[in-house]
Write a protein that binds this ligand. Sequence first.
Ligand SMILES: [Zn+2]
Length: 353
Amino acid sequence: MRGRSNPLKLPAARGAIVVLIDGLGAAALKARAGYARTLAGALSKKSTLATGVPTTTAAALSTLMTGVLPGVHGVVSYSVLDAATDRIVNQLSGWGGSVDPQVWQRCPTVFEEAQSEGAVRGVAVGPARYSSSGFSAAILRGADYVAAESITDRFAAALEQVRQGSAVVYLYIPEVDSAAHAKGWQSDAWAEALEEVDGALRAALARLPRDVLLLVTADHGIVDVPEHRQILFDENPMLVDGVRHVGGEPRLLHLYLESDLAEGERRALLERWRTAEGERAWVRSREEAIAEGWYGPVDAEVAPRIGDILVAARSLVAYYDSRTATAGSRGMIGQHGSWTSEETRVPLLRFGA
Ligand SMILES: [Zn+2]
């Protein structure tokens, strides 16, 4: 795009298809390479990228679609505090009301920028259920949405779009992440989902026009956390005394404190978390995390969305508040959100032009 640098050194092309395989970490792909010969065959040390934290879909896809980091686009976690209404808002499914997708995600998308230059059509291809979701309204502004249910149909729809003329097509594949959450990336179900994606990709590559670039990447990787490694942190009252809201996700908690909690009590709570969990988690205050660059530069409007205390799992654990955690959330095996290389390292595979 004009005026943008090209740090990935992508070649000029008439069109591009960007395939986003949700949750496909480079480590998991490599470990199960036998199920994905096309994907794994293109994987090398040079063909991976580090995604930022949180390693979670809402934040990472917002970053992919805007080209800026969470401290600027404003989607800083899976679930965050909306200070205006004093409630926790899910950033994938909880849009609406005070959390207007046109406003809360604060930056123009690459599709809008391409559109304003008048040259390139932006198209998003994904399952019909996301076509009018709040999250799609936040990150896919400026793109036409083409619904296609099966993975094979999504590739066919993407190919059809680039045949029609110059276009940037984003193709979303949620199935691998869903299988990981349900059964883990070491399961048969995950391997089957990966194998299906790989087969559909291989077939699409055979029909890819020569002047079209096809990239495959992911929003984040994955780790498996067995149930016995779930930590019910609320069972220690010293860790929740003074906490008003718990946001984030099991591998990156955001703790929002009572607004009238004195400075000394805030510091004491942070120290109690460090003492209890500092071995198996990175425990930071909001100010520390911002200073360390976790979210990139952070705009003043975005800072209150970040928890007062952040707890990012470094070993294979997941943090739950047993008072509010749903059975669905407690049932997850595949997890992500934190800073481990299994979560941050994702493929960037290049095919075509
Ligand atoms: Zn996920």
